[in-house]
Design a protein around this ligand. Structure first.
Ligand SMILES: [Zn+2]
Length: 136
């Protein structure tokens, strides 16, 4: 009997918490921003090809740009600091925000890839390929 499909919300929640979007059991995070190549529980392939995580990098860059504008505007509106002082204060804050954005966007991107693969049955093909490799 085929299991009911996993919703995007479920796979996104799993991935954002650091677990496999497919099974929800395997820990997909090696270090904070570093993801494993595949799920240790079900074997779902996270990194399919070089450059597969480019979407996550784009999301992180966009989030970081908005954060940069937000931090600079907040400093400008809420303080009477000079521009160099705003930059010296804002840049370390932005570095932390960018690091967080990268981790979040990588995990979210994995859920997006899982959702789009489910639609095309590409994930099933990955399962078959991995099962074949384990048999060999
Ligand atoms: Zn898994």
């Amino acid at each position: 009997m085929k299991e009911p499909p996993i919703t995007f919300k479920t796979s996104l929640t799993r991935a954002l918490r650091g677990y496999c979007p497919a099974c929800g059991k395997g820990r997909i995070v090696r270090r904070f921003t570093d993801l494993r190549r595949d799920c240790p529980e079900c074997g779902w392939l996270l990194e399919r090809e070089p450059g597969a995580i480019t979407g996550a990098m784009t999301i992180a860059a966009i989030l970081s740009q908005f954060a940069a504008v937000g931090v600079m505007l907040l400093c400008w509106w809420l303080t009477d600091w000079s521009t160099p002082r705003i930059l010296l204060t804002g840049l370390p804050i932005l570095a932390v925000i960018s690091y967080l954005a990268l981790a979040i966007s990588k995990r979210a991107w994995i859920a997006v890839e899982y959702a789009t693969d489910m639609r095309t049955d590409e994930a099933d093909d990955d399962y078959k390929r991995r099962a074949y490799r384990k048999d060999a």
